[in-house]
Design a protein. Sequence first.
Length: 341
Amino acid sequence: MSSNIILPAEWHPQKAVQLTWPHEQSDWNYLLSEVEECFVQIATEIAKRQQLIVVCQNKQTVQNKLSKAKLSNISFYEMDSNDTWARDHGGITVFENGRLVIYDFCFNGWGMKFAANHDNLITRKLHKAGAFDGYGYSNMNFFVFEGGSIESDGQGTLLTTEECLLSVNRNDNLSKAEIESCLLRFFGAKQVLWLKNGYLAGDDTDSHTDTLARLCNENTIAYVKCEDNNDEHYTALLEMEKELQNFRQLNGEPYKLIELPMVPPVYDPDDGHRLPATYANFLIINNAVLLPVYNTGTDKQAIEAIRKAFPDREVVPIDCSVLIRQHGSLHCVSMQYPELK
Protein backbone atom coordinates (compact mmCIF):
# COMPACT_ATOMS: atom_id res chain seq x y z
CA MET A 1 0.00 0.00 0.00
CA SER A 2 1.39 3.38 -0.99
CA SER A 3 2.85 5.62 1.69
CA ASN A 4 1.51 8.71 -0.09
CA ILE A 5 -2.05 8.42 1.22
CA ILE A 6 -4.32 11.08 2.69
CA LEU A 7 -7.79 10.67 4.20
CA PRO A 8 -9.38 14.02 3.34
CA ALA A 9 -11.38 15.91 5.90
CA GLU A 10 -15.13 16.07 5.46
CA TRP A 11 -14.86 19.79 4.65
CA HIS A 12 -12.77 19.00 1.56
CA PRO A 13 -14.73 19.94 -1.62
CA GLN A 14 -17.13 17.14 -2.46
CA LYS A 15 -18.28 15.59 -5.68
CA ALA A 16 -21.25 13.71 -4.24
CA VAL A 17 -23.03 12.37 -1.18
CA GLN A 18 -24.63 8.93 -0.94
CA LEU A 19 -27.98 8.13 0.67
CA THR A 20 -29.37 4.60 0.96
CA TRP A 21 -33.13 4.99 0.83
CA PRO A 22 -35.44 3.36 3.43
CA HIS A 23 -37.92 0.75 2.24
CA GLU A 24 -40.60 -1.62 3.47
CA GLN A 25 -38.20 -4.52 4.01
CA SER A 26 -35.96 -2.42 6.26
CA ASP A 27 -36.44 -1.69 9.97
CA TRP A 28 -38.21 1.50 8.89
CA ASN A 29 -41.33 -0.26 7.64
CA TYR A 30 -43.47 0.93 10.58
CA LEU A 31 -42.26 4.54 10.14
CA LEU A 32 -41.74 4.60 6.40
CA SER A 33 -43.71 7.70 5.44
CA GLU A 34 -42.19 9.74 8.28
CA VAL A 35 -38.61 8.71 7.59
CA GLU A 36 -39.01 9.26 3.85
CA GLU A 37 -40.10 12.84 4.55
CA CYS A 38 -36.83 13.32 6.45
CA PHE A 39 -34.80 11.73 3.64
CA VAL A 40 -36.52 13.99 1.10
CA GLN A 41 -35.42 17.05 3.08
CA ILE A 42 -31.84 15.81 3.33
CA ALA A 43 -31.70 14.83 -0.34
CA THR A 44 -33.18 18.13 -1.48
CA GLU A 45 -30.61 20.17 0.45
CA ILE A 46 -27.70 18.09 -0.85
CA ALA A 47 -28.88 18.16 -4.48
CA LYS A 48 -29.10 21.98 -4.35
CA ARG A 49 -25.34 22.09 -3.92
CA GLN A 50 -23.77 18.95 -5.40
CA GLN A 51 -24.37 15.52 -6.84
CA LEU A 52 -26.37 12.95 -4.90
CA ILE A 53 -26.14 9.16 -5.21
CA VAL A 54 -29.32 7.40 -4.13
CA VAL A 55 -29.28 3.64 -3.53
CA CYS A 56 -32.87 2.42 -3.59
CA GLN A 57 -35.22 -0.49 -4.20
CA ASN A 58 -37.28 1.27 -6.85
CA LYS A 59 -35.95 4.26 -8.78
CA GLN A 60 -39.30 5.51 -10.03
CA THR A 61 -40.91 5.47 -6.59
CA VAL A 62 -38.09 7.47 -5.00
CA GLN A 63 -37.81 9.81 -7.98
CA ASN A 64 -41.48 10.66 -7.59
CA LYS A 65 -40.91 11.54 -3.93
CA LEU A 66 -38.02 13.80 -4.96
CA SER A 67 -39.95 15.59 -7.70
CA LYS A 68 -39.25 19.00 -6.14
CA ALA A 69 -35.51 18.34 -5.76
CA LYS A 70 -32.88 19.15 -8.37
CA LEU A 71 -33.16 15.82 -10.17
CA SER A 72 -30.38 16.69 -12.64
CA ASN A 73 -27.96 16.32 -9.70
CA ILE A 74 -29.32 12.95 -8.55
CA SER A 75 -28.27 9.49 -9.76
CA PHE A 76 -30.37 6.49 -8.76
CA TYR A 77 -29.03 2.95 -8.37
CA GLU A 78 -31.41 0.10 -7.76
CA MET A 79 -29.99 -2.58 -5.46
CA ASP A 80 -30.83 -4.52 -2.32
CA SER A 81 -30.09 -3.06 1.10
CA ASN A 82 -30.66 -4.20 4.65
CA ASP A 83 -30.90 -0.70 6.05
CA THR A 84 -30.07 2.95 5.45
CA TRP A 85 -26.85 3.74 7.32
CA ALA A 86 -24.63 4.78 4.41
CA ARG A 87 -22.02 6.28 6.74
CA ASP A 88 -21.12 2.78 7.84
CA HIS A 89 -21.63 0.65 4.74
CA GLY A 90 -20.50 3.34 2.30
CA GLY A 91 -17.05 3.54 0.77
CA ILE A 92 -14.34 5.64 2.40
CA THR A 93 -12.34 7.74 -0.03
CA VAL A 94 -8.61 8.45 0.21
CA PHE A 95 -6.13 10.27 -2.00
CA GLU A 96 -3.44 7.81 -3.08
CA ASN A 97 -0.58 9.42 -5.00
CA GLY A 98 -2.99 12.19 -5.98
CA ARG A 99 -5.63 9.72 -7.19
CA LEU A 100 -9.04 9.18 -5.62
CA VAL A 101 -9.45 5.62 -4.33
CA ILE A 102 -12.51 4.22 -2.57
CA TYR A 103 -11.81 1.75 0.23
CA ASP A 104 -14.50 -0.90 0.56
CA PHE A 105 -14.17 -2.18 4.13
CA CYS A 106 -16.16 -5.02 5.65
CA PHE A 107 -19.40 -3.85 7.24
CA ASN A 108 -20.74 -6.52 9.59
CA GLY A 109 -23.71 -4.75 11.19
CA TRP A 110 -21.77 -3.04 13.99
CA GLY A 111 -20.15 -6.14 15.36
CA MET A 112 -22.75 -8.62 14.03
CA LYS A 113 -25.66 -7.00 15.86
CA PHE A 114 -27.77 -6.78 12.69
CA ALA A 115 -27.94 -8.37 9.25
CA ALA A 116 -25.63 -6.69 6.74
CA ASN A 117 -25.36 -9.16 3.86
CA HIS A 118 -26.82 -6.71 1.33
CA ASP A 119 -25.30 -3.54 2.80
CA ASN A 120 -21.80 -5.01 2.70
CA LEU A 121 -22.10 -5.39 -1.09
CA ILE A 122 -23.36 -1.89 -1.90
CA THR A 123 -20.02 -0.15 -2.43
CA ARG A 124 -18.65 -2.76 -4.84
CA LYS A 125 -21.97 -2.79 -6.72
CA LEU A 126 -21.89 1.00 -7.02
CA HIS A 127 -18.33 0.80 -8.28
CA LYS A 128 -19.26 -1.79 -10.91
CA ALA A 129 -22.27 0.32 -11.91
CA GLY A 130 -20.04 3.32 -12.61
CA ALA A 131 -21.26 5.48 -9.73
CA PHE A 132 -17.69 6.43 -8.84
CA ASP A 133 -16.45 7.50 -12.24
CA GLY A 134 -12.83 8.61 -11.93
CA TYR A 135 -12.28 6.90 -8.58
CA GLY A 136 -10.11 3.84 -8.04
CA TYR A 137 -11.41 0.95 -5.93
CA SER A 138 -9.70 -1.11 -3.25
CA ASN A 139 -11.35 -4.16 -1.68
CA MET A 140 -10.55 -3.89 2.06
CA ASN A 141 -13.01 -6.56 3.17
CA PHE A 142 -10.41 -8.17 5.42
CA PHE A 143 -10.87 -5.32 7.93
CA VAL A 144 -14.15 -4.47 9.70
CA PHE A 145 -14.58 -0.71 9.69
CA GLU A 146 -17.31 1.91 9.64
CA GLY A 147 -17.13 5.51 8.46
CA GLY A 148 -18.85 6.87 11.55
CA SER A 149 -16.04 5.57 13.73
CA ILE A 150 -13.39 7.98 12.47
CA GLU A 151 -12.72 11.67 11.86
CA SER A 152 -9.84 13.10 9.83
CA ASP A 153 -8.38 16.60 9.66
CA GLY A 154 -6.89 15.89 6.24
CA GLN A 155 -3.45 16.69 7.66
CA GLY A 156 -2.56 13.36 9.26
CA THR A 157 -4.62 13.30 12.47
CA LEU A 158 -7.40 10.76 13.05
CA LEU A 159 -9.95 10.86 15.88
CA THR A 160 -11.68 7.67 17.00
CA THR A 161 -12.99 5.78 20.04
CA GLU A 162 -11.69 2.72 21.84
CA GLU A 163 -15.21 1.52 22.57
CA CYS A 164 -15.87 0.98 18.87
CA LEU A 165 -12.58 0.01 17.31
CA LEU A 166 -11.57 -2.34 20.12
CA SER A 167 -14.96 -4.01 20.46
CA VAL A 168 -15.51 -7.73 20.05
CA ASN A 169 -16.84 -9.03 16.72
CA ARG A 170 -15.07 -6.36 14.70
CA ASN A 171 -11.31 -6.92 14.64
CA ASP A 172 -10.85 -8.58 18.02
CA ASN A 173 -8.00 -10.71 16.66
CA LEU A 174 -5.94 -7.50 16.60
CA SER A 175 -4.54 -5.56 19.54
CA LYS A 176 -5.00 -1.80 19.95
CA ALA A 177 -1.42 -1.27 18.72
CA GLU A 178 -2.08 -3.43 15.66
CA ILE A 179 -5.34 -1.61 14.87
CA GLU A 180 -3.59 1.74 15.23
CA SER A 181 -0.86 0.51 12.90
CA CYS A 182 -3.54 -0.40 10.35
CA LEU A 183 -5.12 3.06 10.61
CA LEU A 184 -1.79 4.79 10.16
CA ARG A 185 -1.00 2.63 7.14
CA PHE A 186 -4.43 2.63 5.49
CA PHE A 187 -4.95 6.38 5.85
CA GLY A 188 -1.39 7.71 5.75
CA ALA A 189 -1.92 9.21 9.20
CA LYS A 190 0.69 10.53 11.59
CA GLN A 191 -1.29 10.26 14.82
CA VAL A 192 -4.45 8.65 16.16
CA LEU A 193 -6.34 10.38 18.97
CA TRP A 194 -8.19 7.70 20.94
CA LEU A 195 -11.19 8.68 23.05
CA LYS A 196 -11.59 6.28 25.97
CA ASN A 197 -14.77 7.89 27.32
CA GLY A 198 -18.15 8.99 26.03
CA TYR A 199 -21.31 7.19 24.97
CA LEU A 200 -24.98 7.76 24.19
CA ALA A 201 -27.78 5.62 25.58
CA GLY A 202 -29.57 3.77 22.78
CA ASP A 203 -26.57 3.88 20.43
CA ASP A 204 -25.94 0.65 18.48
CA THR A 205 -22.53 1.64 17.11
CA ASP A 206 -20.42 1.21 20.26
CA SER A 207 -19.78 4.95 20.53
CA HIS A 208 -18.93 6.15 17.05
CA THR A 209 -17.08 9.42 17.29
CA ASP A 210 -19.59 11.07 14.94
CA THR A 211 -22.14 10.95 17.77
CA LEU A 212 -19.77 12.52 20.30
CA ALA A 213 -16.93 14.68 18.96
CA ARG A 214 -16.28 16.08 15.48
CA LEU A 215 -13.43 17.86 13.77
CA CYS A 216 -14.69 21.12 12.25
CA ASN A 217 -11.36 22.30 10.86
CA GLU A 218 -7.71 21.47 11.48
CA ASN A 219 -7.72 23.02 14.95
CA THR A 220 -11.35 22.85 16.16
CA ILE A 221 -13.41 20.05 17.69
CA ALA A 222 -17.12 20.33 18.46
CA TYR A 223 -18.26 17.94 21.16
CA VAL A 224 -21.31 16.99 23.20
CA LYS A 225 -21.26 18.51 26.68
CA CYS A 226 -23.65 17.34 29.39
CA GLU A 227 -24.26 19.88 32.16
CA ASP A 228 -26.90 17.96 34.10
CA ASN A 229 -25.11 15.96 36.79
CA ASN A 230 -28.26 13.87 37.23
CA ASP A 231 -28.05 12.68 33.62
CA GLU A 232 -26.60 9.19 33.14
CA HIS A 233 -24.14 10.59 30.58
CA TYR A 234 -22.69 13.28 32.82
CA THR A 235 -19.59 11.49 34.11
CA ALA A 236 -18.61 9.79 30.85
CA LEU A 237 -18.97 13.00 28.82
CA LEU A 238 -17.09 15.00 31.44
CA GLU A 239 -14.21 12.52 31.18
CA MET A 240 -14.38 12.78 27.39
CA GLU A 241 -14.16 16.57 27.65
CA LYS A 242 -11.00 16.24 29.75
CA GLU A 243 -9.48 13.96 27.11
CA LEU A 244 -10.28 16.48 24.38
CA GLN A 245 -8.68 19.24 26.42
CA ASN A 246 -5.50 17.15 26.62
CA PHE A 247 -5.35 16.25 22.92
CA ARG A 248 -2.78 18.07 20.83
CA GLN A 249 -2.52 18.90 17.16
CA LEU A 250 0.54 17.75 15.25
CA ASN A 251 2.08 21.17 15.89
CA GLY A 252 1.73 20.65 19.64
CA GLU A 253 -1.08 23.17 20.08
CA PRO A 254 -4.30 22.28 21.93
CA TYR A 255 -7.58 22.19 20.06
CA LYS A 256 -10.17 24.92 20.13
CA LEU A 257 -13.22 23.23 21.65
CA ILE A 258 -16.83 24.17 20.86
CA GLU A 259 -19.53 22.85 23.17
CA LEU A 260 -22.64 21.29 21.69
CA PRO A 261 -25.55 21.03 24.12
CA MET A 262 -26.76 17.64 25.25
CA VAL A 263 -30.21 17.06 23.78
CA PRO A 264 -32.78 16.77 26.59
CA PRO A 265 -33.80 13.12 27.04
CA VAL A 266 -35.88 11.78 24.16
CA TYR A 267 -37.66 8.45 24.66
CA ASP A 268 -39.09 5.97 22.20
CA PRO A 269 -42.88 6.27 22.26
CA ASP A 270 -43.32 2.53 21.84
CA ASP A 271 -41.24 1.06 24.66
CA GLY A 272 -39.83 4.08 26.48
CA HIS A 273 -36.10 3.48 26.00
CA ARG A 274 -33.87 6.53 25.63
CA LEU A 275 -32.91 7.49 22.09
CA PRO A 276 -29.40 8.65 21.06
CA ALA A 277 -30.23 12.21 20.03
CA THR A 278 -27.07 14.22 19.33
CA TYR A 279 -26.15 17.44 17.56
CA ALA A 280 -22.69 16.07 16.79
CA ASN A 281 -24.17 14.04 13.93
CA PHE A 282 -24.07 16.93 11.45
CA LEU A 283 -23.02 16.57 7.80
CA ILE A 284 -20.59 18.97 6.15
CA ILE A 285 -21.33 19.49 2.44
CA ASN A 286 -20.25 22.09 -0.09
CA ASN A 287 -20.91 25.54 1.37
CA ALA A 288 -23.26 24.24 4.08
CA VAL A 289 -23.65 22.14 7.20
CA LEU A 290 -26.80 20.04 7.60
CA LEU A 291 -27.57 19.95 11.32
CA PRO A 292 -29.94 17.44 12.91
CA VAL A 293 -32.44 19.03 15.30
CA TYR A 294 -35.06 17.39 17.47
CA ASN A 295 -37.78 19.96 18.31
CA THR A 296 -36.32 20.62 21.74
CA GLY A 297 -35.33 23.72 23.67
CA THR A 298 -31.65 23.19 22.87
CA ASP A 299 -32.00 23.31 19.07
CA LYS A 300 -31.37 27.06 18.89
CA GLN A 301 -28.27 26.79 21.06
CA ALA A 302 -26.93 24.00 18.84
CA ILE A 303 -27.53 26.03 15.67
CA GLU A 304 -25.56 28.94 17.14
CA ALA A 305 -22.70 26.62 18.18
CA ILE A 306 -22.45 25.15 14.68
CA ARG A 307 -22.53 28.62 13.14
CA LYS A 308 -19.58 29.47 15.38
CA ALA A 309 -17.76 26.34 14.25
CA PHE A 310 -18.52 26.97 10.55
CA PRO A 311 -18.74 30.76 10.08
CA ASP A 312 -18.31 30.51 6.30
CA ARG A 313 -21.06 27.93 5.70
CA GLU A 314 -24.81 28.05 5.75
CA VAL A 315 -26.25 26.04 8.65
CA VAL A 316 -29.37 24.15 7.59
CA PRO A 317 -31.37 22.58 10.45
CA ILE A 318 -33.25 19.40 9.56
CA ASP A 319 -35.71 17.71 11.92
CA CYS A 320 -34.25 14.25 12.53
CA SER A 321 -36.56 13.18 15.34
CA VAL A 322 -37.63 10.19 13.27
CA LEU A 323 -34.06 9.06 12.49
CA ILE A 324 -33.20 8.52 16.13
CA ARG A 325 -36.11 6.07 16.39
CA GLN A 326 -33.70 3.62 14.71
CA HIS A 327 -30.74 4.89 16.75
CA GLY A 328 -28.94 7.07 14.21
CA SER A 329 -29.14 10.56 12.80
CA LEU A 330 -28.21 12.72 9.82
CA HIS A 331 -24.50 11.98 9.46
CA CYS A 332 -25.19 8.28 9.94
CA VAL A 333 -27.42 8.08 6.85
CA SER A 334 -24.95 9.84 4.54
CA MET A 335 -21.48 9.34 3.04
CA GLN A 336 -19.55 12.00 1.16
CA TYR A 337 -17.22 11.46 -1.78
CA PRO A 338 -14.57 14.16 -2.28
CA GLU A 339 -13.48 15.87 -5.46
CA LEU A 340 -9.94 15.70 -6.75
CA LYS A 341 -8.88 19.24 -5.77
